[in-house]
Design a protein. Structure first.
Length: 117
């Protein structure tokens, strides 16, 4: 499935959520849907920065891929495991982002990815 279809699917689902649903936290230590969207956008840009760094490098990475990198490359996705980051402000996405801001962020990710096609 192409990134464009995935992003459009996320945008379509995002349209159906109310502001209350985007901010709803089901239990302590669990992110809201809005935080999950914000995290995906932030991490996408983080990874795109890494792509740009690798692309600009004139030197080959001698140590090769990590085991996780091999899995991601082989299967085209992250392993189906839950990842728990330390509960600190730097690792917790904003809880007050609007639906419009999330839609703009997804569009910006899509545009940035398009530049690498």
């Amino acid at each position: 499935m192409s990134y464009q279809i995935i992003i459009e699917t996320y945008k379509c689902h995002l349209q159906s959520y109310s502001p209350e649903q985007l901010r709803y936290i089901s239990e302590e230590g669990v992110w809201s849907l809005g935080q999950m969207y914000k995290h995906l956008i932030e991490v996408a840009f983080e990874y795109l920065e890494n792509v740009e760094t690798c692309s600009a490098s004139k030197q080959e990475q001698e140590s090769g891929k990590t085991e996780a990198g091999i899995h991601i490359y082989k299967f085209g996705c992250f392993p189906p495991i839950k990842i728990k980051l330390p509960d600190v402000p730097d690792h917790t996405p904003s809880h007050s982002v609007s639906k419009e801001e999330l839609l703009i962020g997804l569009d910006q990710v899509s545009n940035s990815l398009r530049e690498w096609e």
